[in-house]
Design a protein around this ligand. Structure first.
Ligand SMILES: C[S@@+](CC[C@H](N)C(=O)[O-])C[C@H]1O[C@@H](n2cnc3c(N)ncnc32)[C@H](O)[C@@H]1O
Length: 281
């Protein structure tokens, strides 16, 4: 279920339904073959730049343009297409299928989120990278002109993240605690967007301190909230509303909220803008 803040629409703080399939239409269709030889067409997502929809015979899937053709990151299916470029020359492309059951960002896109600031050319700070499943798709989306600073505090997951990043020059893997952004301030520039998926009780505060350090004024944040990680004794909708209030108190202005059912239970993604007040002289 979707909700917008300040637009007079209902707030998306209840349970919602995703559609289970990616949607997209537009220019630049590519016809090709899926992994098992099934005919597929790949089209740009109709709302979000840098995201694609692979249309197969039996189902549609979300996909990203593979920055490292020929290589899967976590065993995901790859789809090749062959089209012609503006001069009529043959052009081959490879996409990686992006599963909304494995990525909260993909679940939010399939669920119909309006604002996704993970876009071509963007500089993204990703907090809670784990071994890099979603980070690898963010790397595809921002492309060669963008950058993903990926922070993960588990050394075990961090090892996989570092390994995966070796093939992807637009990822800067950082094995560190996001509660201490000063520890990685020498590695991270100012960013256009923070994506956060740490599943921690103090995540609104962690988001705020990272925004203060790295997010441009009017930059965007996207935060995944797992209600039981914050308080398992109350309704998820109440947890989401309380988290939104914490963000507002930190100059983070929520604009949109979406729950992630059916892909993730008791999760929501909140998207908003960072509006720091100017320091008084
Ligand atoms: C739900 S998983 C992230 C999954 C990942 N975003 C994906 O889609 O592939 C949450 C991750 O956040 C990491 N994490 C939790 N607290 C953290 C912190 N304070 N700093 C950095 N990483 C943290 C955990 O180690 C875990 O790998």
């Amino acid at each position: 279920m979707k909700g917008d803040f300040g637009k007079g629409k209902g707030k998306g703080d209840g349970k919602g339904k995703g559609k289970g399939k990616g949607k997209g239409k537009g220019k630049g269709k590519g016809k090709g073959k899926g992994g098992k030889g099934s005919a597929v067409v790949v089209e740009p997502h109709k709302v979000h730049a840098g995201i694609f929809v692979s249309r197969g015979k039996s189902e549609d899937s979300l996909a990203t343009l593979n920055l490292v053709p020929g290589v899967s990151v976590y065993g995901e299916k790859r789809v090749q297409t062959e089209t012609t470029d503006a001069n009529g020359a043959p052009e081959k492309k490879e996409y990686r299928v992006w599963n909304p059951y494995r990525s909260k960002l993909a679940a939010a896109v399939v669920g119909g989120i309006d604002n996704c600031k993970v876009a071509p050319g963007a500089k993204v700070l990703y907090l809670g990278a784990a071994s890099g499943t979603t980070v690898s798709h963010v790397s595809d989306i921002v492309g060669p002109t963008g950058i993903v600073y990926a922070v993960e505090f588990s050394h075990r997951s961090g090892r996989d993240l570092v390994e995966m990043s070796k093939r992807r020059p637009n990822i800067v893997p950082i094995v560190a605690d996001a509660r201490n952004p000063k520890a990685y301030r020498m590695l991270v520039g100012m960013v256009d967007c923070i994506f956060m998926d740490v599943a921690q009780p103090d995540q609104a505060r962690i988001l705020a301190i990272n925004a203060k350090q790295f997010l441009k004024a009017d930059g965007w944040f996207m935060i995944s909230i797992k209600a039981p990680c914050i308080d398992s004794t109350i309704e998820p909708a109440v947890v989401f509303a309380a988290e939104v209030e914490k963000m507002k108190a930190e100059q983070l202005r929520p604009k949109e909220q979406i729950t992630l059912e059916p892909f993730e239970r008791d999760h929501a993604v909140v998207v908003g803008v960072y509006r720091p007040t100017k320091a008084k002289k």
